[in-house]
Design a protein. Structure first.
Length: 202
């Protein structure tokens, strides 16, 4: 598991937050959805994407599955389809090739994302101000419906699972706020207002 290091100290930020001041630059940068960190010795910069440890684990598991299960399976499917003869009208062959193209593209995408992940462990954070990794409970002031979200990286977001991308309008409005604050978010039917009920980490 890769851990982000503070550019000032070189110490990992994912494994220990006992001294938060040494890694505060990482926490502050993730208020900008994409943090840019110099690539030492090459004269250019690379984009580093904030991500929770659990989010990185899910992506690594998907990559493992694609490489060890999906890729071999589609190779076997292509070989089987080829054995049926004329490929020009072989629907199974063309479907398998399309599936192979998708798998290889997703593998390349995941490898790039994982290599660019800057892991931040929300369990080591505290306080009532909303930052990356916070679990936030809200109430819609119009409908009085409550909802809970964790603010996570763009590549691990899943709104149905309650994981809210840090690039979303709601997350951007929430960053820096505290319980009791009210945020307004543009919506197709007009602005929606949400009151923050609680903020937790872990």
């Amino acid at each position: 598991m890769r851990a982000a290091a503070s550019p000032r100290t070189g110490r990992p930020c994912a494994s220990s937050y006992q001294d938060l001041s040494s890694c505060q630059d990482v926490i502050e940068r993730v208020e900008d959805p994409v943090a840019t960190v110099p690539q030492v010795g090459w004269g250019f910069t690379v984009q580093k994407f904030p991500m929770t440890a659990s989010g990185l684990q899910r992506l690594e598991e998907e990559l493992r599955r694609l490489k060890t299960e999906e890729r071999p399976a589609v190779i076997r499917a292509i070989a089987e389809a080829r054995s049926h003869g004329d490929l020009s009208e072989n629907a199974e062959y063309h479907a398998a090739r399309e599936r192979q193209s998708f798998i290889e593209g997703r593998i390349a995408e995941l490898e790039e994302i994982i290599a660019s992940a800057e892991v931040i462990d929300p369990a080591q954070l505290s306080g009532d101000q909303i930052k990356f990794g916070a679990h936030v409970r809200l109430i819609d002031e119009e409908t009085e419906r409550e909802a809970s979200y964790q603010i996570v990286g763009v590549h691990e977001a899943d709104i149905k699972a309650g994981r809210l991308s840090i690039t979303s309008p709601l997350a951007k409005a929430l960053i820096g706020k505290r319980p009791g604050d009210v945020v307004s978010v543009p919506a197709p039917g007009g602005d929606r207002s949400y009151e923050i009920l609680s903020v937790t980490y872990g």
